[in-house]
Design a protein around this ligand. Structure first.
Ligand code: ZN
Ligand code: FE
Length: 257
C-alpha cells in the first residue's frame, strides 16, 4: 500500500492510500489534486472517507464522486452532501480490503469522526482530520475542552506505532508553541530540528505517530507536571484537573504568536 499526502490550499493534506490499482481518499477539500493523482497513477477510486463538514475537507467531494463513482463515508451527525454512508462510533467499514474502525472524536466539530485501521503493511493507520495535529490539536469550534480532551485521550491510547495522518501542515507553528509550554522537553527540541530540516526541503512532516505525539504534544500531556505548571503560569485561575489544564493551554495557543 502507498500512502501519499496530496498538498492542497495553503496547508491542507488530502490523504491518498492505494494498492497500485484501487485507491481511497480522505477529506477531498479540492477535487483537482485528487483527480490528477488518480490519473497519474492509473487508479480507480473506491472510497471517499470524510472526517467532518468544514469546506476545506468536503469542497471537492461532489466533483470527485461524480468523476469516479466512489462510495462516500462520513459522520452521521454532520451535514455532508448525500448520498452518504453515515457512520457512528464503533462502526466498521471496508475499503481496499482493509478494515477501518470509526471513532467519534467531538471537539473541533461536534460530529467529527476518525478512521483507524489496525494493520496496513504491518503498522496501524489513523485518519484523524482536524482533531489531532503533530504537536497540536484542532480549535474548539463546536465542542468543549472536556469533549476534545476525551477525544484526544482515545487517540493517544492507540498503539504507539500508529501512523497519524493529520490534515494540515501545522507542525512547525505547533512546535513553537509546544516549546513555550515545555522548554525543557528534549524530545521536543530534537523533533523540532527534524521537522525544520524536512520543511526546508519542502517535505511533509507527516505522518506522525502516536508514540512521538505522547512525548511532544502538549495537548496529550496535560497530566505532566511541567505542562500543569505552565498552564497555571499562563492563567493562575487554572483548575488542577486535566480538563482545566487542557482548557488553559488551548486558550494560550489561541492567543500565541
Ligand atoms: Zn476543520
Ligand atoms: Fe481543516
Amino acid at each position: 500500500m502507498k500512502l501519499i499526502p496530496l498538498p492542497a490550499f495553503a496547508d491542507n493534506y488530502l490523504w491518498l492510500l492505494h494498492d497500485g490499482r484501487r485507491a481511497l481518499v480522505v477529506d477531498p477539500g479540492d477535487a483537482g489534486p485528487v483527480l490528477a493523482a488518480l490519473q497519474q497513477h492509473g487508479l480507480q477510486l473506491e472510497a471517499i472517507l470524510v472526517t467532518h463538514h468544514h469546506a476545506d475537507h468536503i469542497g471537492g467531494l461532489d466533483q470527485v464522486r461524480n468523476a469516479t463513482g466512489a462510495r462516500v463515508f462520513g459522520p452521521a451527525h454532520e451535514v455532508i452532501p448525500a448520498p452518504l454512508d453515515k457512520l457512528v462510533d464503533g462502526d466498521h467499514i471496508t475499503a481496499l480490503g482493509l478494515d477501518f474502525r470509526v471513532f467519534d472524536v467531538p471537539g473541533h466539530t461536534s460530529g467529527h469522526i476518525a478512521y483507524y485501521c489496525p494493520g496496513v503493511d504491518g503498522a496501524p493507520l489513523l485518519f484523524c482530520g482536524d482533531t489531532l495535529f503533530s504537536g497540536g490539536c484542532g480549535r474548539l469550534f463546536e465542542g468543549t475542552p472536556a469533549q476534545m480532551l476525551h477525544s484526544l485521550d482515545k487517540l493517544a491510547a492507540l498503539p504507539g506505532n500508529t501512523r497519524v495522518c493529520c490534515t494540515h501542515e501545522y507542525t512547525l507553528s505547533n512546535l513553537k508553541f509546544a516549546r513555550a509550554v515545555e522548554p525543557g522537553n528534549a524530545d521536543l527540541i530534537h523533533y523540532q530540528e527534524q521537522c525544520e530540516a524536512l520543511r526546508a526541503r519542502g517535505e511533509p512532516t507527516l505522518p506522525s505517530n502516536i508514540d512521538l505525539e505522547r512525548h511532544i504534544n502538549p495537548f496529550l500531556r496535560t497530566r505532566e507536571s511541567a505542562v500543569m505548571e505552565a498552564a497555571r503560569a499562563f492563567d493562575a485561575e487554572t483548575t488542577h484537573d486535566e480538563v482545566g489544564v487542557f482548557a488553559a493551554i488551548r486558550q494560550w495557543k489561541n492567543e500565541f504568536r
